[in-house]
Design a protein around this ligand. Sequence first.
Ligand code: ATP
Length: 332
Amino acid sequence: MSDTPFLQAISVAKTYPGSQTSGLKTTDLTITQGKITAIIGESGSGKSTLLKLLYGLLSPDSGEVRFKGERVWGPNEKLIPGHDAMKMVAQQTDDLNLYAKVWDNIAIMLPSTDLKAKTEKTENILKQLRLTNLAGKQVANLSGGEKQRLAIARAIIVNPEILLLDEPFNQVDTSFREGLQHDIRQIVKDTGLTVIIVSHDPAEVLSMADELLVLKDGEILESGNPKTMYQNPANLYTARLLTNCTVLTRDEAKACGLKTRAEHVVIYPEWIETVKTWTNNDWEIKQVLFKGCYEDLLLEHKGITIRVLNDQFGKYTEGTRINLKLHRWLEY
Ligand SMILES: Nc1ncnc2c1ncn2[C@@H]1O[C@H](COP(=O)(O)OP(=O)(O)OP(=O)(O)O)[C@@H](O)[C@H]1O
């Protein structure tokens, strides 16, 4: 592999007219080839802006994007925006032909010079994205999730080097979403495709991504391996994005018996053990929320609420008082 970075943003910045604080502040980043990079951040943090800049749908005010060392031209310089080696799938799948069949929507992406190859490739991609059974169905009659699969099939069939996904699974139910995530991971493994995905969903980025970028107010706050980042986020903001954790102020932490000088203490639900002791059963169970394979216990003590995971179904009922053992916490 050459030393030239695959996809690179070099001091790229973008401000939208009318607001100095919108868009993306000066950003440098490198995307690794053959990996899934996820971009996560609060609403308005600049995720879509960054994706559009990388793809060439937006021109930066300063800096440049380079793909394999060559500049990615934006709409200011190029008539048809978007780099030829990349494909983007967003939430809306507007470019599908609703009146045509699934098969035709895919096949039309390929030239008709070699009909045998065209048929083979279409069949292959239908299989990869589990659309074979739907090949003869009219697109207007597909579910939202099936349309998303089709949009991804249409993007992948032209062999892009990079697939950009802007919250593509938002309107899809959990089991459908997980199936699609699995299939995209498999395609990345099989073909070496590079994927950049924008998401709000911590479960999605943690299970899919090889690399994670956290955006805040148009800036990359931290980046790295998702597992490492989950275990030790450098910022409170990242911890909050990646897990439904309890955040305590210094005074609240002290009231819970934690000695700390930090401004905030973060406790993940899985770091708390519930115990019943002879004394100090200070925490009252306010709510038991059934979550399928576990329960969420909401506990209260001195006006402080803490969330705990419990897999011993039926052990605790609302109103019971218990004690807590904290195995770990983070300080910020
Ligand atoms: N065309 C535009 N004109 C003006 N401001 C814009 C435009 N597009 C985005 N912005 C602003 O730039 C900032 C970043 O927007 P962007 O869409 O990149 O954020 P995001 O993280 O993708 O948000 P979301 O998760 O809600 O989609 C926001 O403050 C947004 O209001």
